[in-house]
Write a protein that binds this ligand. Structure first.
Ligand SMILES: Cc1cc2nc3c(=O)[nH]c(=O)nc-3n(C[C@H](O)[C@H](O)[C@H](O)COP(=O)(O)O)c2cc1C
Length: 154
């Protein structure tokens, strides 16, 4: 059974809620899913997971949520090759913050790309100004993502 790690970066729980809501969608198509609330770099470098999904909000002024800072710090310090990583990314933000909209998700995406990882499909950006419950945008996006990326194994 293929494995999916969902790595969560959250301040107030919205991104964790997204992870919990989309988890069954992957289980239904044959994945063993783990939600990682305190993600560390080894969750992608030493993991036997086939795929990673990042669910990450933005805080401060385009900053990473506190629980996600160690992951980013280690990635920048160790700068490993992530050439075998395939991932998807759901960024939560609020466009009223202007230029820093989804800043953490965008920075993470660039960082992963810089290290050779392959994003499957486009990044989803959920705008709290438009979507009250992030799940309302994330669930249909994941359903389409599974089909478009041919992730279904059963
Ligand atoms: C103090 C604070 C700072 C924020 N800064 C940003 C920001 O710079 N850019 C952005 O897009 N959203 C920003 N947001 C909005 C959050 O990213 C958004 O509400 C998100 O849905 C929160 O998800 P979470 O519950 O997983 O933390 C900020 C929210 C707060 C409370």
């Amino acid at each position: 059974m293929p494995k999916l790690n969902i790595l969560v970066g959250t301040m107030y729980g919205g991104a964790l809620d997204v992870a919990e809501q989309v988890k069954p969608l992957f289980e239904q198509v044959g994945y063993k899913v783990a939600i990682l609330e305190q993600p560390s770099l080894t969750d992608i470098t030493e993991s036997d997971a086939d795929l990673a999904l990042f669910c990450i909000s933005t805080t401060g002024s385009g900053d990473f949520p506190g629980n996600f800072v160690p992951f980013v710090r280690t990635l920048r310090d160790q700068s490993p090759s992530l050439a075998s990583l395939r991932y998807g990314l759901i960024a939560l933000g609020d466009s009223s913050y202007g230029e820093t909209f989804c800043g953490a998700g965008r920075s993470l995406d660039a960082l992963l790309e810089d290290h050779g990882a392959t994003r499957l499909g486009e990044r989803l950006e959920v705008d709290a100004m438009e979507t009250f419950m992030a799940d309302d945008a994330a669930i249909p996006w994941v359903e389409e993502w599974i089909v478009a990326q041919q992730l279904k194994v059963i």
